[in-house]
Design a protein around this ligand. Structure first.
Ligand code: GLN
Length: 541
């Protein structure tokens, strides 16, 4: 095995320029050259994890197999590397400080003064090493969240610098920077990137590569300029223009021979990469013509005047993966459920879609509108996939409108109701003691499938599957008999705790609600079976 190599990826000029996807793409390339690769995300916020943050502000909360609620970039790493990423690979300021303070309280620093520097960076380094060992990695990509020049991530940049000092030959720095083309000037400007490099320099880091994000490809004069002013070899300035699909990025980087340049930097010999399957998938995502129209009825996408779709990123990617499998081009529309509460007339518009998804969510807002949308899909035979909250609302809708339990609801939304969805026993105490962080039913659980269901067929007749969870509420088994009598099918059950995991209805082209989040396990080269079945049926409509 190779001595592990560390590749730090930091961002310059502004956030949201695709650092995570860039790092993940490099990972894909190195993996395709036969190396063992893993990726670490460092988030500079004080939250211990992403579980307590509002998705509008932070984007989707991604959940790992071992139940960590983390940043959506971990989702990108799983999708691009086609590997599971575990808790060890997610580092936040909150986690690092928590450990250091706990150690101090336990006298583990032997009575000496514990200081921000070097004790905080040292803890970050020890976490990076732990993740490296656990994954037996040849290459470790470490994405430092935020932008260089801000205070938030400085302790992690310090950790990177210290690691470089300890292993000068095994650490590489990449700056993903942005080059604006202001409309009034009409020219690509390099100065903000020069400043970003200067702020890195001032903390003792010299980038070895610059990935230049911009609307257009970088031309030669600007490459030269960046090279001279930023002190980076010309050949290590990689153009990263805007593209139609993120899945093209590894292919574009390969065109610039980035993979071998990285190997050569570490004094390793060039190797051929094998991106054939990836290329085929990326091509299908880009070039499929026949469209399938999917509506997502949710609420976490309005931010002022902008529609942000980051809250549902894994759902969107899962739709893309499944569609590309059938050479379909997904057209995704964002439907705010609240409008159906004020104006049920509008529900008719759902007929314009080939399939409807109701994704996960928390709290009261928009709930009744979603229930109306589900009723409409059920009655009008529009393919429906309910994810977590979407499944719970499908149960409520069925109880109210088919079983005539008028007051049916979830105790999350109403205390005086027929609780067809109820809080899980072990969750009650946690909430009472205000234990909100990392306490939901999280991570992978088994589910036994019943034959003769959409789900059994979708999963290729497997008896036991495993999926990832993130919720506090559950189907209430006291209502199982009456719902079943009225035609609800309980297609999947968690065998250990006898919990309902999948509900379906018959005499419908596709109506499936799942208590778990299948979107977290969909991979571009391995689309999720339920999404595949849902997209296939939707396309037939
Ligand atoms: N709010 C619901 C619960 O806690 C659903 C959560 C979700 O959709 N992830 O059970």
């Amino acid at each position: 095995m190779l001595k592990s190599k560390y590749i730090f990826v930091a961002g310059g000029v502004m956030s949201g320029i695709g650092k995570g996807v860039a790092a993940a793409s490099i990972g894909r390339i190195l993996k395709s050259k036969g190396f063992k690769v893993t990726a670490i995300k460092i988030d500079p916020y004080l939250n211990v994890d992403a579980g307590t943050m509002n998705p509008i502000e932070h984007g989707e909360v991604f959940v790992t197999e071992d139940g960590t609620e983390c940043d959506q970039d971990i989702g990108n790493y799983e999708r691009f590397l086609d590997e599971n990423i575990y808790d060890t690979n997610y580092i936040t300021t909150g986690r690092v400080f928590q450990t250091v303070i706990n150690k101090e309280r336990n006298l583990e620093y032997n009575g000496r003064c514990v200081e921000t520097i070097p004790d905080i960076p040292n803890e970050a380094i020890s976490r990076i090493k732990k993740a490296t060992r656990k994954n037996n990695a040849d290459f470790v990509l470490i994405e430092i969240g935020g932008t260089v020049g801000e205070y938030q991530n400085i302790l992690f940049l310090e950790a990177a610098r210290m690691l470089k000092m300890a292993y000068p030959k095994d650490v590489l720095f990449i700056l993903v920077s942005y080059l604006p083309i202001p409309q009034t000037i009409g020219e690509m400007k390099t100065k903000p990137t020069q400043y970003a490099v200067r702020s890195l320099n001032s903390i003792g880091i010299q980038p070895d590569f610059i990935l230049a994000r911009s609307a257009r490809p970088l031309d030669e004069p600007r490459k030269k300029k960046i090279s001279i002013f930023c002190n980076v070899p010309f050949k290590n300035i990689i153009s990263a223009p805007d593209i139609q699909s993120i899945y093209d990025i590894p292919l574009n980087f390969e065109k610039e021979n980035l993979g071998n340049r990285i190997l050569n930097f570490f004094n390793l010999r060039s190797r051929k990469s094998n991106l054939k399957d990836w290329e085929k998938m990326a091509k299908s995502i880009k070039e499929s013509k026949k469209s399938v129209k999917i509506g997502i009825v949710g609420k976490y996408f309005e931010s002022g005047d902008f529609t942000l779709t980051d809250s549902y990123i894994s759902v969107i990617e899962a739709i893309k993966h499944a569609s590309s499998y059938y050479n379909l081009k997904p057209e995704i529309s964002w439907i705010s459920s609240e409008q159906y509460e004020k104006n049920p007339e509008k529900l008719k518009e759902l007929k314009n879609y080939d399939g409807i998804i109701i994704p996960g969510g928390f709290g009261n807002r928009g709930i009744e509108g979603k229930i109306k949308a589900i009723e409409f899909c059920r009655k009008n035979k529009i393919p429906f996939l309910g994810l977590c909250l979407g499944m719970q609302l499908a149960v409520i809708e069925f109880a109210r409108n088919v079983c005539n339990i008028k007051n049916a609801n979830s105790t999350e939304f109403s205390k005086n109701c027929e609780p067809v969805i109820d809080i899980m026993e072990e969750q009650k105490k946690l909430l009472k003691n205000k234990k909100y962080g990392g306490t939901m039913r999280l991570g992978a659980y088994n589910c036994r499938l019943n034959p003769d269901t959409f789900s059994f067929k979708a999963y290729g007749n497997q008896k036991i599957i495993s999926e990832r969870h993130r919720h506090r509420y559950e189907f209430n088994n006291n209502y199982k008999e009456i719902l079943e009598k009225n035609g609800m099918v309980f297609a999947g059950i968690n065998p250990e705790k006898n919990l309902v995991e999948i509900v379906e209805i018959k005499n419908h082209p596709f109506f499936v609600g799942v208590q778990f989040h299948p979107e977290f396990k969909s991979r571009p080269l391995n689309p999720h079976p339920l999404f595949k079945e849902f997209i296939k049926t939707s396309a037939k409509k």
